[in-house]
Write a protein that binds this ligand. Structure first.
Ligand code: FAD
Ligand code: MLT
Ligand code: ZN
Length: 484
């Protein structure tokens, strides 16, 4: 568990569920959407990593914004704590209860509401699974502006609430750029309709941004309007080997210059990440004949097959001549491309299969990214395996420390070192996964006291009883007057 989890106690101001509450919810939602069955609750209480486990006795499955509104209004009046939940793929313990909070899962709100084929604007309910939106758009000749390894389970509402980054951010930007509007239900049940479909709207504060990345702390996102790019006909994927990190860095600069507008992904993994993928993922094999220190996955997406391919080839030849890459392959068909992507996307699963894992998701200036991996390796010696991979094109390192089991002595070597190091280099302690429970008390490493104070004021304004996702983000700091 993260240090926060061991420190906190159930807040006695929150009520516990009683039979009147159950009757209210059953009348509102119907029997089958009020889940009290222990087995069914087990999955909803446990996060994807099986690291954080709550003890909620109640899972609610609303089917409409109105139902979400009634649920929150009631919970607020009873001071019942609530955890909004999407696909439960979050990696910081934010999507599961800490104690007995009511879980509100959006999975039954999974309809596409409209799609404008001229502008590419998709409006959907928050519970749509990312992959089902991908499939829907594919049939219309469009793609989602975000893609991530958890696409088969994560929901668009969860993506928006975590401001998920993923594998395409380099090309299409973050959800702050692509979400055009949203609908959210506040803690008191008020429905905030900000479901605009306009690219431009400068009529005062753009409040939707408060909800993008707010990790369920300000309201429940119920609908989303999102700008989707057209699906382009020519996609190429190259898997390249580099002998050192400096070459990966130079390759990124070269890719930006030479591939320019067709560059759509630039991901990297080190030899430890590759080793895990090869040993723990079914059907994964190294596309290169030998093992290397670093690997870079480059994807180009464009509209002219011949010229895109020529561009990629010229870039590869030049990079070989400059000694930046020591080997590499270009996928010849969709199967080869997806098997290369499977290596990169499969690393989180491989890490899970390898044992216990401490995950850090850092934004660091690109030239410094690998220093922390090496420093950590020197610090930990043989007691753990230090793995580096991530979205190099975005300056986002996934630093993972893999051990046979969770071990406080190892954790004490990692933290607070990793946060102090990141803060010293003016990085962020959460590039894309969020703070959740894991980093609830770590916000000051990346935000100024004045900024945190303003965040606390926003929280107090929108959720004065603090019923939404308690114990996470900065909420414990507010509750216990730990603001500096
Ligand atoms: P959940 O895990 O259910 O919830 C996440 C947070 O959002 C919680 O705080 C929850 O309370 C809140 N929440 C969920 N739904 C709502 C809602 N409707 N309204 C208000 N709050 C809500 N993340 C990245 O950024 N980039 C990646 O590349 C990436 N790859 C991943 C790969 C794997 C294999 C896995 C397991 C995870 C990955 N993640 C990645 C992390 C995770 O998938 C994302 O954070 C995702 O956006 C979470 O969506 P979800 O629906 O599963 O949300
Ligand atoms: C990824 O990029 O693979 C995800 O963010 C998940 C992870 O960090 O393990
Ligand atoms: Zn990631």
């Amino acid at each position: 568990f993260g240090s926060m989890a061991t420190k906190i106690q159930r807040n006695p101001k929150f009520a516990t569920i009683n039979s009147d509450d159950i009757r209210y919810f059953t009348d509102l939602l119907g029997d089958k959407n009020v889940i009290q069955d222990e087995d069914a609750l087990l999955a909803a209480n446990m996060d994807w990593m099986r690291k954080y486990k709550g003890s909620s006795k109640l899972l609610l499955l609303p089917r409409s914004t109105e139902e979400v509104s009634q649920i929150l209004k009631y919970c607020n009046s009873r001071c019942l704590a609530v955890v909004p939940q999407g696909g439960n793929t979050g990696l910081v313990g934010g999507s599961v209860p800490v104690f007995d909070e009511v879980i509100v899962n959006l999975g039954s709100m999974n309809k596409v509401l409209s799609f404008d084929e001229v502008s590419g604007i998709l409006v959907s309910e928050a519970g749509c699974i990312l992959e089902s939106l991908v499939n829907f758009l594919d049939s219309k000749g469009f793609i989602m502006p975000l893609d991530l390894g958890a696409k088969g389970s994560c929901q668009i509402g969860g993506n928006v609430s975590t401001n998920a980054g993923g594998l395409r951010l380099l090309r299409y930007g973050s959800l702050h750029a692509n979400v055009l509007g949203l609908e959210a239900v506040l803690a008191n049940g008020d429905v905030l309709d900000m479901l605009g479909t306009l690219r431009k709207d400068n009529t005062g504060y753009d409040l939707k941004h408060l909800f993008i990345g707010s990790e369920g702390s300000l309201g429940i996102v119920t609908k989303v309007s999102i700008l989707t790019p057209p699906k382009l006909s020519s996609v190429n994927v190259a898997f390249l080997a580099c002998t050192d990190y400096l070459s990966c860095q130079k390759l990124l600069l070269e890719a930006r210059r030479k591939l320019g507008e067709v560059l759509s992904a630039f991901e990297f993994l080190d030899e430890q990440a590759m080793d895990l993928a090869l040993n723990h993922l079914e059907g994964v094999r190294n596309p290169l004949p030998a093992l290397h220190k670093f690997y870079v996955l480059i994807e180009t997406t464009g509209s002219d097959e011949r010229s895109d391919r020529e561009k990629l080839e010229a870039f590869l030849v030049h990079s070989m001549e400059e000694g930046l890459i020591s080997d590499g392959v270009v996928a010849q068909d969709i199967q080869q491309a997806s098997s290369v992507w499977n290596i990169r996307e499969g690393i989180p699963e491989a890490l899970m299969k390898a044992g216990a894992v401490y995950k850090y998701d850092l934004s660091i200036p690109v030239e410094k990214i690998y220093d922390i991996v090496e420093e950590m390796r020197n610090k930990l010696g043989h007691s753990a395996r230090v793995v580096g991979y991530g979205h190099l094109g975005d300056g986002n390192l996934h630093l993972n420390i893999s051990c046979p089991q969770y071990d406080d002595a190892v954790l004490a070597q990692i933290e607070p070192f990793v946060y102090e190091w990141t803060s010293k280099h003016r990085g962020s302690i959460s590039a894309e996964h969020g703070l959740g429970l894991m980093k609830a008390d770590k916000i000051f490493y990346s935000k100024s006291p004045a900024a945190v104070q303003l965040m606390a004021s926003v929280k107090n304004l929108l959720d004065p009883n603090h019923i939404l996702n308690p114990y996470k983000q900065l909420q414990e700091l507010i509750e216990h007057n730990l603001m500096v």
